[in-house]
Each structure stands twice: as C-alpha cells, then as structure tokens.
Design a protein around this ligand. Structure first.
Ligand code: URP
Ligand code: ZN
Ligand code: ZN
Length: 533
C-alpha cells in the first residue's frame, strides 16, 4: 500500500473506532432524546455525566458560547441550551473559556539521565500537569543499552501509575538490524510514531550523521516522524573543555560552552539531511534565534519542518546562570541552554506568526540535591527544568494577555497542533462531539502565582518561582473525570490510558508524489552509445 492509501486507511479505521465509541451513547436510552434532556433519571445515569454551561468554547479555528455535555469519558454534545436531569454535575462556565486540555509534546518522567533519575514520575508529573491544565503528554522512551523493546517494556512499567493519558516517542541511540526491525514493531504494534535522534550528549545519547541518515530513511518508510535534539555534540565537547581550561566550572560555563551557533549548525544539518531523504522533521526544544531561522528558511522553501520551542526558552533568559548562589543557577541548567535576552521574545514572535508550530516543556526535573552532582563541574549538573504544570498558564499570560496571539491560536499551540502532528486529532486537541473529554475551564479574570511551596511536582525548586500572571485554569477534566477543581486535585494512580499514535500523519501527505517528481527530473541514467573505434 502506498503512503496516501495507508494514511487514508488508518484515518478510516480511526473514524470507525471513534464512531463505534460514540454511537452507542448517541443511540442508547442512556443518552436520552434531546427533547427530554441528557442524563435524566431513568436514562441509565452514572456519575460520569457533566454539563459545562455557558462558557466560550474554543477550538483551534472557532470559538462560540455553547454548552458541553460529557458522558463516559467522551464529549457527547456541544451546543447551546442543553437540558439535563438532577443527577448530572453542572459547572457554570459563564465568562470563562472552555478549551481542550493541553497536550505537552515533550516530557521526561522517571527518566534515567546523567547518573540520576528525574524526580517526577508518571504519577507526580501527571498530577502536576493536571493541576496546570494539561491532560495528555508524550514522553520519551529511552532504550535500555540500545534496545528499543527493553526500553519500551521499562516505560510500560513506569507508566503503570499514570493518572492521565500519555503517549510515547522513542529515542534511537545505536544502529543495527535489531534496532531497525524494532522500529517497525514500535510503529506497527506499539503505537509509537516518532523517534528522537540526539545530535548532542557525546558519549551517552549522541549519534553520528551516518546513523541519522539510516534513521531518517527508516522513519520515512514507516511513516514515523524523525525528531532531533539539535546541537553539535562534538563542538559542545570542545566548548566544555575550553571552559574548564579557563577555570569556569560553574553553571555559567554550561551556557558559554554551547552557544547558539552550535544549535543553529545542528538544526541546519538535520534539516538538510531530512530534505535530502525527503522526510518530515521535528526539531525539539528550539531555544535560539539561530535555530528558529533555519526552520523558518526551510519552511519558506516548502520543506516539512516542525519547530517546538519550550516554555522555559520563551519566558526565561540566561542571566540566571550567573547567579552567585550555585543552587539558584544550577536549577536553570538545561540543553540547549536558556539563551540571552532577546531569543525568547523572537521565539514568541515566531510562534505568533506561524514560523514555529507548538509549545512543549521538556519537563525534566531534578531537585536541588540532584543538581549538586555538578557543584564542582557544570558538565555534571543533570540537565533539565520543570514546566509541565506551568506551561498553560505561562503561554496564556505571555502570549494571549499580551495580545500576541488569539485565544484560538492558544488552543492550536497548546493542544490541537500537537494532536495533528502526532495523528490523534480530533480524538484529542478538540472540543467536538466524539472527542475525548479532556477539557479545561480557564478564567481570564483570575490570576496565578507559581511557587515550589504550592506546586505539585516533587521538586523542591521551580524555575518560575514567584511568577504571577493573569488567566487561571480553574477546572481540569481528564477522560471525563473532574480531576482539578477549587484548587484541589482528585487523581487516581492507574487511571491514565496509553494512547497509541498511528503513523503517516498529514506531514506525510504528498511525500511520494514529491519523490516521483524528483526522480523524473533527474534526466538519468543517460543512455550512451558505445563508441565505435
Ligand atoms: O536539558 C534537557 N533538555 N534535558 C532533557 C533531555 C533532552 O535533551 O531533552
Ligand atoms: Zn533534547
Ligand atoms: Zn527533552
């Protein structure tokens, strides 16, 4: 089957599955007749029925005042004046925005990294996410000694305590026949449709251009999205050596050793190699103008490149790495580094004009004790910052409150585009009848304040400590359950579902045609006549 047929078949199957989930409730007495009202007594009511009344319902392309009725984990109806019985929980959303729960495309829960493990696991990280209005995340499976299947099993185990829906990307850290065939199994059987290639972290996760090319070819053949951590790892290694030789061993050495030019170079290289193979590329944690401009140029030329900035790169700057207190400075160490003032503003503008497509967090938290592993040498500070709980509020306050983006854009950047890229739209990323009931209610007139004393992460620090802003997620509904209301979490370990993500997203549409056009333009091989002597 060719790319398009396969993608269409997968879409068809998804629609059939979706309608088989919705249809019974639409047809059965449980849902009742619209004239009688949803969920009235005698209609087979369960406590999983919720009516959100009078809010402004926002999707990526449209907003209108409407009611939203939820039953058994699914959005059953979106229309004005829905009538229900006494046994349906009613939430008044008048004057508030009713939006799809956030989807965080980039997290690292319970990840073993740099000699330790991230402090938030699949329960604490997800609980924090829900308190901040994120209802699904996609975490990176790290192979075990290069083995994808062992890595997958390990993450299945870690994710057993999940309290919200999640999906997996997978890192590729070595190359051989087993890895290649395991990639196929991951895509065709395990629901993974994206693979990350690290061009940095020399000596641990970093791969060569040779491997990247093999990986890009394999991704293309499977309809899986190739993702890159774009920094030149060899040059970073050299930069780190230089800093140590200069006697710079503190957190500022982290920023100085891996400047934006190394991010720009690797972004450009990965884009060019993906273009050479003609497969879509997703650049994770875009932190600099240099990388953003490479993505913008490629997109202008028609190449399918997605750029994901993360919230830390949008709202923080690198001055914090020069803080005289080690603990304060070290908590901001992540890779690529948080950049000098100006980069964040430029990344915000790129999001608002469509040059970058969605916002992640790279939530990868280490507490202050873990960060002190690098007290004498910045190269040993575990890389990573928090954000899974803060992203929705910070993007709202920074981008919507400032007038840079509309409310519909906000939905696109925080959920819809992620769902489209990873091929789970409109099950996720939309407030439609039939979509999963992952919903937030945001009060634009309320305010938030961030502090490690009140956040839900297990970390004892927060890189956004003390930040205040407008717009507060007052209610989070995940899988049809109210999990956050009145400042209280109500979460159950094991209640989250693994979301399989099918291959051949919209990014693959037309790839085969472009290949055919390219091959037919080669004017080769040239038929040559044998010279007669
Ligand atoms: O510093 C970071 N970004 N830590 C997580 C690993 C990665 O590169 O995404
Ligand atoms: Zn990375
Ligand atoms: Zn990451």
């Amino acid at each position: 089957m060719d790319f398009r047929l396969r993608a269409q078949a997968i879409h068809l199957i998804a629609l059939v599955v979706l309608s088989s989930i919705i249809a019974p409730s639409l047809q059965s007495g449980q849902f009742c007749d619209a004239g009688i009202g949803y969920g009235e007594s005698g209609c087979g009511i369960s406590s999983s029925k919720i009516l959100i009344k009078g809010g402004t319902v926002v999707n990526a392309h449209h907003q209108e005042v409407s009611d939203v009725y939820v039953e058994d984990g699914i959005i059953a109806a979106v229309k004005p004046n829905i009538k229900v019985g006494d046994d349906v929980k009613i939430i008044d959303a008048t004057g508030k925005f009713v939006m799809p729960g956030g989807i965080d495309p980039h997290t690292h829960l319970a990840m073993e990294f740099m000699g330790t493990q991230t402090i938030d696991d699949f329960f604490s990280g997800q609980a924090a996410a829900l308190a901040g209005g994120t209802t699904m995340h996609i975490d990176f499976v790290i192979p075990v000694k290069g083995s994808l299947s062992a890595g997958f099993e390990a993450y299945v185990e870690k994710a057993k305590k999940s309290c919200m829906d999640y999906g997996f990307h997978m890192a590729i850290t070595k190359w051989d026949e087993t890895v290649a065939s395991d990639m196929e199994i991951m895509v065709k059987e395990k629901g993974i449709n994206s693979f990350k290639f690290f061009l940095a972290y020399k000596g641990s996760l970093m791969i060569s251009d040779d491997l990247l090319l093999e990986g890009l070819k394999k991704c293309k053949s499977l309809g899986a999205l190739a993702m890159v951590h774009a920094e030149n790892g060899d040059a970073v290694f050299e930069g780190q050596k230089r800093m140590i030789e200069l006697g710079i061993t503190g957190p500022e050495g982290h920023a100085l050793s891996r400047p934006p030019v190394l991010e720009g170079e690797a972004t450009s290289r990965a884009i060019r190699l993906a273009g050479f193979i003609n497969t879509p590329l997703y650049v994770v944690h875009v932190m600099s103008i240099d990388a953003m401009e490479e993505i913008a140029t490629a997109r202008k030329s028609g190449q399918r490149v997605i750029g994901e900035p993360v919230v830390s790169g949008l709202v923080l700057d690198d001055s914090v790495l020069w803080d005289p207190d080690f603990n304060t400075a070290a908590k901001y160490v992540m890779s690529p580094p948080i950049r000098a003032p100006g980069h964040g503003k430029a990344l915000q503008a790129a999001l608002s004009t469509g040059l970058l497509q969605l916002v992640g967090t790279d939530h990868c938290t280490f507490n202050s004790t873990q960060k002190t592993l690098g007290i004498d040498d910045f190269r040993k500070i575990p890389n990573g910052v928090n954000g899974i709980e803060e992203r929705m509020h910070l993007v709202w306050d920074t981008m919507v409150e400032s007038g840079q983006i509309s409310v519909t854009d906000y939905v696109r950047l925080t959920s819809t585009e992620c769902a489209r890229i990873f091929n789970i739209y409109p099950r996720k990323g939309a407030i439609f009848a039939g979509s999963d009931a992952d919903i937030i209610i945001l009060n634009p007139n309320s305010s938030f304040e961030i502090s490690s004393s009140s956040h839900h992460s297990r970390s004892d620090t927060n890189v956004y400590e003390g930040r205040q802003g407008k717009g507060k997620v007052e209610v989070t509904i995940a899988g049809g359950r109210i999990v956050w209301e009145n400042g209280k979490l109500n979460v159950v370990p094991g209640s989250g579902k693994y979301i399989k993500m099918p291959p051949f997203s919209y990014l693959f549409d037309g790839i085969e045609k472009a290949d055919a056009t390219h091959f037919s333009s080669l004017r080769a091989p040239v038929k040559r006549y044998k010279a007669t002597s």
